[in-house]
Design a protein around this ligand. Structure first.
Ligand code: SAM
Length: 291
């Protein structure tokens, strides 16, 4: 069955009595070119375990099942489970987990699948993300430190712009730094509102985040690095000499000393600091705290 046509979704609504839920970010893809761009852009092949976030009625899942060795999809909406079991019944390499993706133990899931099938050599995460939790999903995948090669996901264009943002732009902030710290980012494609049913209010972009073997920068204390970055951007109009005081770790004079020791003018703002400069500042602060 060709699942990507608008009339097929209407058919599914009639056949299963399914009504899309805005609160769950249910904007289903109805554009085969966009579906193919996600699957092709992920470079999934028959050596891969593909973990899909939010399969909906299974349009991306269908293509993944044709290419991947195994597909595990995580779907929160329990009313979609019997629909997925029906629309994907021709595949024996598919499993659906009815759970909130933010609660999934990815490490255990990957371990279980790899133990079941030693022929799985790579793990790739794919999905047309529910837009209301795009950032928490991406941050969870990074912070859980899961053993995957890449994350290929559709998101709001505005979030993709923030992820890809360069220093000295208004989009540059914690999300750009975190994503660039953990991954190498490539843009796969853009999709207009017309590619979805129902139509969302915003345009979308697909990015592939190739997980780095080693983080972009070396820091003595990763937690402190992200605290420093967050403090810098919490009030982005403040100078660093002011924003770094909100860390609550150093006195006003010590903050100034740390910035000068790191070679950073205290009147600069966070959005002017490159990632290596944030890393260097973190190490200087770390050394001062350990003294
Ligand atoms: N992949 C389908 C497609 O492209 O047509 C559906 C994408 S739709 C944008 C997002 C999907 O994520 C929906 O199926 C929705 O029910 C599911 N979802 C929403 N919140 C979720 C959560 N917390 N955990 C897992 N799935 C979730």
């Amino acid at each position: 069955m060709n699942l990507n046509k608008r009339d097929v979704i209407r058919f599914i609504e009639e056949r299963y009595g399914f009504k899309t839920k805005k609160v769950l970010g249910q904007n289903f893809l109805v554009d085969k070119a966009v579906i193919d761009s996600i699957v092709d852009g992920s470079f999934v092949d028959d050596t891969c375990l593909a973990i899909e976030i939010g399969p909906g009625i299974g349009v991306i899942t269908h293509e993944l099942c044709m290419k991947a060795r195994k597909v595990v999809s995580i779907e929160l909406d329990k009313t979609l489970i019997p629909i997925l079991e029906d629309t994907l019944k021709e595949f024996d390499n598919f499993r659906v987990i009815n759970e909130d993706v933010l609660k999934v133990d990815f490490e255990a899931l990957i371990k279980e699948e790899m133990e079941k099938d030693p022929e799985i050599k790579h793990v790739k995460v794919i999905g047309n993300l529910p837009y209301y939790i795009t950032t928490p999903i991406i941050m969870k995948l990074f912070e859980d430190n899961i053993k995957c090669d890449s994350i290929t996901v559709m998101m709001q264009k505005e979030v993709a712009d923030r992820i890809r943002a360069k220093v000295n732009t208004k989009e540059y902030g914690t999300l750009a730094i975190a994503t660039q710290y953990y991954s190498d980012i490539s843009k796969v494609s853009d999709a207009s509102k017309e590619s979805f049913y129902p139509k969302p209010e915003v345009d979308s972009t697909v990015l592939r985040l190739d997980i780095r073997d080693a983080a972009l920068v070396n820091v003595k204390d990763k937690k402190l690095f992200f605290r420093v970055v967050k403090a810098g951007f919490a009030q982005r109009r403040k100078t660093l000499s002011n924003s770094m005081q909100t860390l609550g770790l150093l006195s006003k004079d010590q903050v100034k000393e740390a910035l000068l020791n790191a070679g950073i003018d205290p009147i600069r703002r966070a959005e002017t600091l490159t990632i290596p400069e944030f890393a260097h500042l973190t190490d200087v602060i770390c050394d001062m705290l350990r003294k």
